[in-house]
Design a protein around this ligand. Structure first.
Ligand SMILES: [Zn+2]
Length: 443
């Protein structure tokens, strides 16, 4: 039975394969890995998924991740057998992904100039961000291979999610964070859920390399998005969006760009659904970087050495990436944005992200901090809560619409990645009457 799913190197000229039970984040030649499935899921499952929304107290039907379990069955279990699901699948009592689906937010639509737009608040996950989608699957794999301790680097949301699932599964959890760069609300969650916080001098990229080094020495099981099992869970963000559209693909799916795990998982889910005949149109991905942390924007759009970085059928110009990282290091260029969730200069999933962009004819844009804050504030005025990094989505859609890239009658799904965990950001925004949507207090 263990031959149905396997791990495979994403580099077409390498293609090394490993069993699902191997613990690794790359092939032995240093390339990222995919989880692959030998069988092709039948489209009749669409009906099964729909029916499971009436979950009848089955937490694996209630979960917005495990409701789609046939499309991520790396545990290779009998998905209709509740005992087997309970034994293998990690879930926070069905809460992950349960409340996230696309909503029409009229004030945002009017502002960006696209009426056929819906935003999906992934902040309504139990730990407050999209990370729970992938953490539930990464920790499921950790449990499958008898792990006692997980480890991650984080700008905050990953640590909250990892610590929450670790606490629930009686695992230990170490989180590496850039000292002074994590919102207090997110750091509070990691402490609250019993994780060991390790503060690293530097930025997220430094924290990630420290945690990967520690994991390499047997210091824990990595649950950052370089873990291919994380990506499997994050595919369900797209499944829920598509299900709400009766599996009719939209014209665009828009994400903020940080470590590019979301871009990667969106690409993988669309590649699979297309290959399996579940969708016959491929939506275009738009990634929105912050101007202060815009590595993908810079490289993709040829703003460094005049070369446009592409997947290039599996032969991306990795030298260009290395040169740009060296250029940043030599010139002391650090990522700087108030949207700390995407304050990342060296996106760990950049190669998978490029593959997703090529498959979907995707694009990359960038927005300023003040545009993100306006986007965040406007989502709030529709009665939904999101963090500043998620404000990049309405801001990016507005920019792309004004440039004529997104057309006014296009169908657009935007992913709001996390909930507000730094109350000082909206308070400061609204206290300053200069801000576009500010509603200053009266005395
Ligand atoms: Zn390889």
């Amino acid at each position: 039975m263990l031959s149905e799913a396997f791990q495979k190197c994403i580099d077409p000229s390498c293609g090394l394969e490993y069993p699902v039970t191997d613990i690794r984040i790359e092939c032995e030649r240093g390339h990222l890995l995919d989880i692959k499935y030998k069988s092709k899921p039948q489209t009749s499952l669409k009906e099964v998924f729909y029916k499971r929304r009436n979950h009848a107290n089955n937490i694996f039907n209630e979960s917005g991740v495990w409701r789609f379990r046939e499309l991520l069955n790396f545990c290779q279990i009998d998905t209709e057998n509740i005992d087997e699901c309970s034994r293998y699948l990690v879930s926070l009592d069905g809460a992950e992904g349960r409340l996230s689906k696309p909503y029409h937010m009229s004030k945002v639509s009017d502002y960006v100039g696209v009426q056929n737009m819906r935003l999906q608040p992934e902040g309504y996950n139990p730990s407050g961000s999209f990370k729970d989608n992938g953490m539930t699957t990464a920790v499921t794999h950790a449990k499958l291979v008898n792990i006692k301790k997980i480890i991650c680097a984080s700008t905050g949301n990953t640590s909250a999610s990892a610590a929450m699932y670790a606490a629930n599964e009686n695992m230990e959890c170490d989180v590496y964070i850039p000292a002074g760069e994590v919102a207090p609300g997110k750091l509070g969650q990691a402490f609250q859920f019993g994780a060991q916080v390790i503060e690293i001098k530097g930025n997220f990229d430094d924290a990630l390399s420290a945690s990967l080094k520690q994991a390499g020495k047997g210091g824990g099981y990595t649950v950052n998005s370089v873990n291919p099992f994380r990506i499997e869970g994050q595919k369900t963000i797209v499944f829920r969006a598509l299900e709400s559209l009766d599996w009719e693909a939209p014209d665009w799916i828009v994400y903020p760009g940080g470590a590019l795990g979301n871009t990667s998982s969106c690409g993988k889910s669309l590649m699979e659904l297309y290959e399996w005949g579940w969708i016959n149109k491929i939506p275009r991905i738009a990634v929105v970087n912050s101007e202060g942390a815009n590595t993908l924007y810079t490289l993709f759009n040829g703003k460094f050495e005049g070369k446009e970085l592409r997947w290039n059928k599996g032969k991306p110009d990795t030298e260009l990436i290395k040169n740009y990282y060296k250029f940043m290091d030599t010139n002391g260029i650090k990522p700087k944005t108030k949207a700390t969730a995407i304050q990342i200069a060296k996106p760990a999933n950049i190669i998978k992200g490029l593959r997703a962009l090529e498959f979907t004819n995707g694009i990359v844009t960038q927005v300023s901090d003040s545009e993100m804050l306006d986007g965040m504030a406007l989502v709030g005025l529709n009665g939904f809560d999101c963090e500043m990094a998620s404000g990049a989505v309405p801001a990016g859609i507005k920019k792309l619409t004004s440039e004529g890239v997104i057309k006014k009658d296009d169908t657009v799904i935007g992913i709001l990645t996390g909930r507000q965990k730094d109350s000082s950001i909206p308070v400061d925004y609204h206290k300053n009457p200069q801000n576009r949507f500010a509603n200053p207090p009266k005395s």
